[in-house]
Ligand binder design. Structure first.
Ligand code: CTP
Ligand code: MG
Length: 168
């Protein structure tokens, strides 16, 4: 039991910048879309109106600030700063990739893609952070297990707080 709680604690500590990068755009996003309103070759939007320039910048800043705070707390500023930036960038690129795939599948903006919506950002965040730190497989498995319910729960709360149009 204690081992499980420790594992979840390590996993959350590691992935925190990615979580903040994923959540910040919901509050701070909006405005011009990243794809400039353009369509892909299939006639559908490249990313759609749910992926905005402001959301991307806000997410990158939020995740990097979390890395900065972690670095101050652990007296390892440059390490955590770089890690926070890469985890945040990965989370945002993973989220973008998810939207790109959804549009190609004909799923409109805001439509659900179970699995992709909850895990895409974490997988790409881990990938981008891996040159600096690749956590042990136990932590990676833990992240893949705990992230979908956490993502769904925070989105549900965001919906209740009227920050998000849909509850997932
Ligand atoms: N958001 C943003 N910029 C981003 C990512 C998200 O502005 N780069 C904001 C948008 O207001 C978006 C909200 O955060 O509606 C929730 O994000 P998400 O659920 O990822 O977007 P969806 O609207 O569901 O669009 P998609 O179907 O493309 O995932
Ligand atoms: Mg969504």
């Amino acid at each position: 039991m204690n081992e499980v709680i420790e594992l979840i604690g390590s996993a959350l500590w590691f992935i925190l910048p990615a979580y903040f990068a994923n959540a910040a755009p919901v509050i701070l996003g909006g405005g011009p879309p990243l794809d400039g309103g353009r369509n892909f070759t299939d006639g559908r939007r490249i990313f759609g109106d749910g992926k905005t320039v402001r959301g991307f910048v806000a997410g990158l800043a939020a995740g990097t600030i979390i890395g900065l705070i972690q670095g101050i707390a652990k007296s390892q500023l440059s390490h955590y700063l770089a890690l926070g930036f890469l985890l945040a960038l990965g989370a945002l690129l993973g989220d973008l990739l998810g939207s790109f795939i959804k549009r190609r599948m004909g799923i409109e903006r805001g439509g659900a893609a179970l699995g992709l919506d909850q895990l895409g950002f974490v997988v790409i965040a881990l990938l981008l952070a891996s040159p600096i730190t690749l956590p042990g497989w136990q932590v990676i498995v833990t992240l893949l297990i705990i992230t979908p319910p956490i993502h769904l729960a925070t989105n549900f709360i965001g919906h209740k707080l009227k920050l998000k149009a849909r509850p997932y």
